[in-house]
Design a protein around this ligand. Sequence first.
Ligand code: SF4
Length: 454
Amino acid sequence: MSGHATKAAEFLKDEERAHWHDQALWFVRDKRDKASKSVPDWEKLRETAHKIKRHTLANLPRYLEEFEQNARAKGVNIHYAYDANEHNSIVLNILKNKGATRVVKSKSMLTEECHLNPFLEKNGIEIIDTDLGERIVQLLGEPPSHIVLPAIHRKKEEVGELFHKYLHTEKGASDPTYLTQAARAHLREKFLAAHAGISGVNFAIAETGGITIVTNEGNADLGNSLPPLYIACMGIEKLLPRARDLSVFTRLLARSATGQPISTYTSHLLGPRPGQEMHIVIVDNMRSDILKKEQFQRSLFCIRCGACLNTCPVYRRSGGYSYEYVIPGPIGIVLAPHRGIEKYKSLPYASTLCGSCSDVCPAKVDLHEQILAWRAEVDASGNLGFMKKNAMGIATSVLGSTLLFTVGGKLARTLLRILPKSLINALTAWGKTRDLPDMPAKSFRAEYRGQQRK
Ligand code: SF4
């Protein structure tokens, strides 16, 4: 086993956690289904979102220029970063110029991608993540395991222990309301003492030069309004042409992410508040390279809702850390190999190719098609490995021949009947998290034929 499979096996050792993780994310997926069905024109919205993203990315230089001009006119300082290093240096220089050493940050996958926190800490800056889930993983010294629910892999009892250690809550307390209140009091002090706030950006509007930030906790709003200095960090793909395009994406985002009709806070920032200094750092970090690859460019349509993670049977049963990339799940599988096909060669196989990820994606990213395309790239680059290559060869022969498929199916059914269930469960990944269903006495087809004859 290598890469993802090894890490997944580690995650599955704690059967109770694996089962609970699976159930918790399925609950979110189910909520998303109900919320999406409450919107009669849901499919039309998805199609419109896809078209807006396609149009924007096809005209990116024009919209970037328009956004820059309009944002500057509102008093915002605009910076461009070619890669993660440049992004981090720009942020550090802005902080140094203002003498800022205490920073509050609200959730941003881009700053995770650029590893901003360790960089700033190395340079003597205290940086506090203010989203509750982010703060939990920060105190644990871990990266987020999900792009929307960063601490979904941790139980409330573990959070209770953590908060007892760092926030001096009562020993053994695990009531979520009590723990949330303790975190709120702790973070309020940090907000009030901060020299600067940093946040990500959900959408940037070319027509207005404004940015939109969507949260449930309001932490981004405190971070971008209380301190005298505010820095927003965004990837080039966050642009939308017009303010009215937002109505499409805000309706899709909350429902896809958490099954809510709308997020608690959707804030539109049109320049700094009076007396404040505001900067926006626009980051490429390989996005232009992805844009040039016809097969993969649609991955830039992603609005980071997390729905493809919640629905993915592999993600739910292997946990976020098994991907060893800042973004896990189907969208992570598609994005990671651009940063090194050898390093991430196991990821395109961390998928059943069931297509559920593509079906739920609000921006209609063809995730499973891209995962399949990466498998071909891994093979073409000579990174497939002897075992996998031969296993794939056998699978191709069996699936391509009716005779082999029928004989193989019969053999498998016979083995499932004669071998003890406990042995099969012990040998298969399936059996690590659930029990095999009982085999029917007759195959469905035989039963159906029997009924036809009667
Ligand atoms: S790829 Fe689609 S479903 Fe997955 S996080 Fe992005 S927008 Fe959401």
